[in-house]
Design a protein around this ligand. Structure first.
Ligand code: ATP
Ligand code: MG
Length: 437
């Protein structure tokens, strides 16, 4: 756009018998901008239009005009004259205040003043104008002052583009973005409230069915009832875990999940996660191993979220590995100082397409109602969100029938560097991030 303005301003300068020197600046990214203008008058008469040039500027679908020191129009193209319902010949020699009034005139005069006082190009700036057929138009206006030999402003070139349509699209895009944001906030609030409302009765269901099962206030009439009570409690816990997942994901998506980062012993946390899954692995006859490097450092992370990440990945690995298979939890310090935690399984694996599906909320690869594995498809999106909240990345490599490796990389600034003993400071110091939120 700036280049176009420069071309039109040059043309206008040529038409009124002047030279326009434009200094362009090329940015590192390859963009071109205008560093400055200078217009100097040619020796020929100012009002003598070179033949044919009026035709050329008339072809420009933008405002092109030029005023002299007294504010009289000495050059105007057909597009601009048509806005005032006249031809260029009818307007030449007249002043703009004969055509514009009120706020629109005040805006134009203020911009002229700015260019004259600064003796420098002003704009492009947006100006709203309602003077033509009562419709509101937005113009992108540039004023280019032309200096005489003594450096005083002799002429003022105006170039303006009608950007009304572009502006309208821009505003509707902003409005849609705001609406989408409001809808997402409303969804997050609704889910948070609903989850809270559901959790309260669910906790009562789980608590009382546990009490019946444990026969706290005396024996239960039939052992069958005790079994039912156990099922009720188990189903309640399962439902509660789904509600918690929905709440977590909606919080992550709405940017409302706050990490509570603290110095965390990673090796110990991984052992704890493995113990949580041990029972399920044994049930499925899957061998579960933990393999953490000796030099594993302490990290600054939210232990609850990190546990959620690892437990989700381990439970997937165990769930999607057939009896006799293996699941390994590896952790090491990478060469670049980042921490890498990998969950490796010898299970059913996924194709490239399946991986993309698995990362989308509520999506599972085996969608049939006769699905062999239970779950809601929220685990991986939550894991991805939590890893990214830690500034990390999630990488999934998989081969159908061969197995899957999911790697969580936590950046180097999560690693807590141990102070040398002589410094006498606190024993642990986070390299960068101590807490988030
Ligand atoms: N280790 C894995 N091996 C093979 N397939 C996997 C593995 N991990 C995930 N998947 C596939 O990706 C899908 C999505 O996983 P995700 O953890 O998001 O959901 P889920 O385990 O089905 O349910 P949820 O975790 O909510 O209980 C799974 O249904 C499964 O098809
Ligand atoms: Mg899962």
């Amino acid at each position: 756009m700036t280049v176009l303005i420069a071309i039109i301003a040059s043309l206008a300068a040529v038409v009124i018998g002047a030279f326009l020197v434009v200094v362009y600046r090329v940015s590192r990214t390859g963009g071109v901008s205008i560093a400055g203008y200078r217009i100097s008058r040619a020796a020929s008469g100012p009002e003598a239009l070179p033949a044919g040039l009026q035709l050329v500027i008339d072809a420009i679908p933008a405002v092109v005009s030029c005023k002299d020191r007294d504010g009289r129009i000495v050059l105007i193209n057909a597009y601009t004259a048509a806005l005032f319902g006249a031809s260029p010949a009818e307007i030449l020699g007249r002043r703009i205040d004969e055509f514009q009034h009120g706020e629109v005139l005040a805006g134009a005069v203020a911009l002229d003043r700015k260019a004259i006082d600064s003796r420098a190009t002003v704009g492009p700036v947006e100006q709203v104008d309602t003077s033509v057929d009562g419709k509101s138009r937005t113009w992108l206006v540039t004023k280019v002052p032309q200096l005489d030999a003594a450096g005083a402003v002799d002429r003022l070139v105006t170039v303006a583009f009608d950007v009304t349509d572009r502006k309208r699209v821009e505003e509707s895009l902003i409005r849609s973005a705001n609406d989408a944001e409001a809808a997402s906030r409303a969804k997050a609030t609704f889910l948070a409230t609903m989850s809270h409302e559901l959790r309260t009765p669910l906790n009562a269901i789980i608590g009382f069915s546990d009490m019946i099962n444990a026969a706290i206030h005396g024996p239960v009439g039939s052992p069958k009832y005790q079994e039912y009570a156990r099922d009720v409690a188990e189903s309640g816990r399962f439902l509660l875990s789904i509600i918690n997942d929905i709440l977590d994901l909606s919080k992550i998506e709405a940017g409302q999940m706050i990490l509570n980062a603290q110095p965390t012993d990673l090796a110990e946390l991984l052992q704890r996660c493995s113990r949580l899954i041990e029972g399920r692995a044994r049930q499925g006859s899957v061998e579960l191993m933990v393999n953490t490097a000796e030099n594993l450092p302490a990290i600054s992370a939210d232990p609850r979220s990190l546990t959620q990440i690892i437990v989700n990945l381990l439970s997937n690995a165990v769930k999607f590995t057939n009896a006799g298979g293996e699941v390994r939890l590896d952790a090491r310090l990478a060469e670049d100082g980042a921490v890498e935690i990998a969950v490796v399984d010898t299970g059913i694996g996924m194709s490239e397409e399946d991986i993309a599906t698995a990362l989308r909320p509520f999506e599972q690869i085996d969608r049939g109602l006769d699905r062999q594995h239970e779950g809601t498809g929220l685990g991986l999106p939550i894991v991805k969100g939590l890893v990214e909240l830690h500034g990390g990345t999630l990488d999934i490599r998989s081969e159908p029938g061969e197995g899957t490796t999911v790697t969580v990389r936590l950046p180097r600034d999560r690693v807590i560097v141990e102070e040398p003993a002589s410094s006498g400071g606190a024993p642990l110091r986070a390299a960068a991030k101590a807490s988030d939120g």
